[in-house]
Write a protein that binds this ligand. Sequence first.
Ligand code: GAR
Length: 188
Amino acid sequence: MKSMVVLVSGGGTNLQRIIDCIGTAEIPNAEIKLVVADRECFGLQRAEKHGIKNVIIKRGKNFSQKLTDVLPENTDLIVLAGFLSILNKEFCERFPGKIINIHPALLPKFGGKGMWGHHVHEAVLKTGEKESGATVHFVTSGIDEGKIILQKSFEISPNETVESLADKVHEVEYSIFPEAINMVLKDY
Ligand code: GAR
């Protein structure tokens, strides 16, 4: 049985999707040992409801060190599921190939500092892109720069809004995130 730690900052619908996949054919052989949030958020309540140990480490300078301190031994995978703090270089380099992130656009486009949540969708619409999607990638010390594991796109419709785009991206995320997690875990 593989063990995961999931990091969240918001509503946690991707966390919910992962929880729902555990023990099914989508993620058959893993458990979530701990959910860490960098602020009060609904994601924590989802963890609590499912009896998953959870903790808040306030965002800020010492976040990565404090995260290291609470990380369960033998953690196979650290999953960033709508997590908005930046993990420091030392932390990223300590766990090469063991941290993955979901990003709400088609990287390498629309990534980097400040590119999160609705900011991404606003930028995509402003640029007049024909398509958007979601990307699961390995986390390295360069923001949103690690190797892509899975990516899926869809066409942007003429009357698309930030909200409708966010909904479509979420649907894509729910389909590729469990698959990417399972792919990575299988390789360990
Ligand atoms: C997701 O769309 C995820 O891709 C995005 O935040 C949303 C979280 O939704 N992540 C980022 O923007 C990270 N740069 P959720 O809390 O419902 O899973």
